[in-house]
Design a protein around this ligand. Structure first.
Ligand code: ADP
Ligand code: MG
Length: 173
């Protein structure tokens, strides 16, 4: 099986960290849609949002999703990728989608430990924890709907990788 693997979930759930480890373990390529946008536009998410608004960013993000999708590739998606019906449909039709599930308190403590403000603009201007609670409430149904597998992302990255391999019934390369 070399279908693309899409990792979805809120900011801080570990899409980049776990995705890189998963790709290494499987001998797959790894791409991150946010990094792809940074490389191809020369702008961070924050800069694109400042210049083109969230609508402009979302359009570029959908395009990035389609362009990075390839066989034997782990794709870490932006936290809001699931908002567009077309992105959810694309992921469902073109690969296997995995939701890295973690409660708001875990996400908040990770983001507070490494905020990376520039790369991750707040959506609402509220504090990190309040915002995560709101964003999760709005998106959990979409993550659940798009995901073929849901894994517990609160354990250490290696254990999350093992949980994904076991859900996919895939062995290490
Ligand atoms: P995402 O790409 O989903 O926003 P990251 O991979 O950037 O998340 O992880 C956000 C922060 O949480 C980083 O500091 C990372 O080291 C940490 N982290 C990610 N996954 C785990 C995990 N399973 N256990 C502990 N810390 C983690
Ligand atoms: Mg990331």
């Amino acid at each position: 099986m070399t279908q693309p693997l899409f990792l979805v979930g809120a900011r801080g759930c570990g899409k980049t960290t776990v995705g890189q480890a998963l790709a290494r373990t499987l001998g797959y390529a790894f791409v991150d849609t946010d990094s792809f946008l940074l490389t191809h536009t020369g702008k961070s998410v924050a800069e694109i949002v400042a210049e083109e608004g969230w609508e402009g960013f979302r359009a570029r993000e959908s395009d990035a999703l389609q362009r990075v999708t390839a066989p034997a590739t782990v794709v870490a998606t932006g936290g809001g990728m699931v908002l567009a019906d077309s992105n959810r449909q694309f992921m469902q039709e073109n690969g296997i989608t995995i939701w890295l599930h973690a409660p708001a308190q875990v996400l908040a403590s990770r983001l507070n430990a490494s905020p990376e403000e520039d790369q991750r603009p707040t959506l609402t201007g509220k504090g990190v924890t309040d915002e995560i609670v709101d964003v999760l409430a709005a998106r959990e149904g979409l993550y659940r709907q798009v995901a073929r597998h849901i894994v517990d992302a609160t354990c250490p990255p290696d254990a999350v990788v093992e949980a994904i391999l076991s859900a996919l019934q895939m062995a290490r390369a």
